[in-house]
Design a protein around this ligand. Structure first.
Ligand code: NA7
Length: 553
């Protein structure tokens, strides 16, 4: 048995990787609890997702007043959102405001990428190395690396020969890109592509949209927030947050919109009226109009057909409209997109849709690309082709657990965690919004706060009892993974080739990664586990191990 007691103390209690929402709140919590820590951040400033995704049209698809920190009543009272759905610049300003207000930059080392993190059993600590030559040790490692931070660029023949500009939306130049009057192609029609296409069409000379799979998109009905709306939210902020924490997706606006009856019990006229009402209000409300849209294919079909009808009404060219109609998967099974005039964009004279299913790209050329129908000349290609989601950032850091086992080896057939927080055999490693947690299926700020608070409480619990190691076992982990899979299998989410399933990355195992049982249900499970003396977690101190479920409190 390792004699942890005899080992020298590590440099820090904790290393945190990432300085977006998750990393910043970790700093705030760890500092307030008196833990020592170092933070490494790849970018040259705070912001994470909102630092990198500066593409034209970038906007949040959760309502601003809920997509924000709730931990500080002062901040939520002093900050005023201007729009119902904020754009990237405003969210980044907000994150900077929080960082400044609480002086959170102090411990962050910017422009630094973690290249390896190795658990040293003899010393019971993590050895973290970076591309800047840092070598630091910490008892605990917390990944705050985000779920959508490893951009994917497809490997088309000839792409390296293309002489024009190439950008991925998730790595957009800080100084911006002048697309005025240029011949631009945007590849990808997910949430990002839909936003970028709508914005770039207004700027580019000509825009070619490269669509592989059409997507369901609903009008955000974004608007400036009225002073009386802001006043009302601020007067009831604490109550809103409380309800959001126990809701399905971490926000009240969607939680309050959940239909309680079956779509199939409504007459076609009633359904039409209800869908129309929700279309006009905006946001994702339409996909929760009835309780079975997410679980029953016939019920789902009624909502899907309503959206297809809208597309056919909006888009003037019937052929283009048909190409834009999603028909191969249920509505809501992929992340629902919110837009501000996406389908209308295809009525513009300067926009051409290339349906890659009908006319695939043969190759890129030095001046554009070639499809089975002809050649397109371009100045610029924008890849809105998504991310190696959820596991990508974790597997990119060379994480090695007990016995030198690589995380990439352990997760070869898909990620395995307990609560999305911890993975067996990688002691003292905590993941914020890891696979197996609701993170990406929620208003992520709500999930981030819950995870950071859970981890901070756990570290305090360990410190109070002199525990120096936390892990779980394969049996507990298997049970959680099965639970996550069972929940997903009961929904239509598994019927679409989405990034939730890893389907967008060639060769990635097809596993539904997030916990779909809802933010409130998940929080309850986490709390019950803690109340049950951290059921399923194993703690050790001074070389002796203790199983939490056996009673350690
Ligand atoms: P997504 O949702 O993964 O969308 C990526 C898009 O790129 C999607 O339309 C893909 O088509 C398309 N794609 C991917 N690879 C290719 C290739 N090889 N050729 C052509 N088209 C391709 O990423 P987003 O960035 O839009 O959104 C990610 C999340 O960020 C979003 O859900 C929000 O939570 C914020 P496909 O559908 O795979 O056929």
């Amino acid at each position: 048995m390792t004699n942890i007691e005899a080992a020298p103390a590590p440099d820090f209690d904790t290393v945190v990787i990432g300085a977006g929402f998750a990393g910043l709140y970790s700093i705030y919590k760890l500092r307030s609890l008196g833990f020592t820590f170092r933070v490494f951040e790849r970018g040259d400033d705070v912001g994470g997702t909102w630092y990198w995704n500066r593409y034209p049209g970038a906007r949040c698809d959760s309502e601003s007043v809920e997509y924000s920190f709730s931990f500080s009543e002062e901040v939520q009272q002093e900050w005023t959102w201007s729009e119902r759905y904020s754009g990237q610049p405003e969210i980044l300003r907000y994150i900077n405001h929080v960082a400044d207000r609480f002086d959170l930059r102090r411990e962050i080392q910017f422009n630094t990428t973690v290249t390896s993190a190795k658990y040293d059993e003899a010393k019971n600590c993590w050895e973290v190395r970076t591309d800047k030559g840092d070598e630091v040790t910490a008892r605990f490692l917390i990944t705050a690396t985000g779920c959508l931070s490893v951009p994917q660029i497809p490997d088309y023949r000839g792409l390296s020969d293309f002489k024009g500009q190439k950008y991925h939306t998730g790595n957009w130049p800080k100084e911006g890109v002048d697309l005025k009057g240029k011949r631009v192609a945007v590849m990808g029609t997910g949430s990002t592509g839909i936003q970028a296409i709508t914005a770039i069409a207004k700027e580019a000379g000509h825009l070619v949209v490269l669509q592989r799979t059409p997507n369901f998109s609903l009008p955000a009905q974004n608007a400036l927030l009225k002073p009386e709306e802001i006043r009302e939210v601020k007067a009831t902020y604490a109550a809103i947050r409380k309800r959001a924490r126990m809701s399905a997706s971490g926000n009240v606006y969607l939680g309050d919109s959940m239909g309680k009856t079956s779509a199939l019990d409504a007459s076609p006229e009633e359904r039409e009226r209800e869908f129309e009402r929700r279309w006009q209000i905006g946001g994702a409300r339409l996909v929760v109009a009835y309780k079975d849209i997410g679980t029953d294919e016939t019920a789902n079909g009624t909502a899907a057909e309503f959206v297809r009808k809208k597309i056919r009404q909006i888009v003037k060219d019937p052929k283009v409209a048909e190409s834009l109609c999603p028909t191969t998967y249920p509505i809501g099974a992929k992340r629902i997109c919110l837009d501000s005039g996406y389908f209308e964009t295809f009525n513009r004279d300067n926009v051409t849709l290339v349906d890659l299913k009908k006319t695939p790209i043969m190759e890129f050329t030095p001046t554009g690309f070639l499809t089975t129908e002809g050649e397109f000349q371009l100045d610029c290609v924008v890849f809105a082709t998504g991310f190696d989601a959820i596991t990508g950032p974790l597997l990119a850091m060379g994480i090695m657990g007990a016995g030198g086992r690589k995380l990439s080896e352990k997760w070869q057939a898909g990620p395995r965690t307990y609560l999305g927080l911890i993975t067996a055999g990688f002691p003292n490693l905590f993941m914020i919004t890891g696979p197996g947690s609701p993170g990406v299926l929620s208003t992520v700020t709500c999930s981030i706060e819950q995870h950071v608070e859970w981890i901070a409480d756990c570290l305090t619990y360990m410190r109070d009892r002199g525990y120096t190691t936390i892990d779980t076992d394969l049996q507990t982990e298997d049970a959680w993974v099965n639970h996550v899979n069972d929940l997903a299998d009961a929904t239509l989410h598994v019927k679409a080739n989405s990034w939730y399933l890893g389907a967008n990355v060639p060769g990635k195992p097809r596993v539904f990664m997030p916990y779909i049982g809802g933010v409130g249900a998940y929080r309850k499970e986490c709390e019950e586990i803690v109340a049950d003396s951290y059921r399923g977690f194993n703690f050790a101190s001074q070389g002796k191990s203790k199983t939490a479920s056996a009673g350690t409190s």
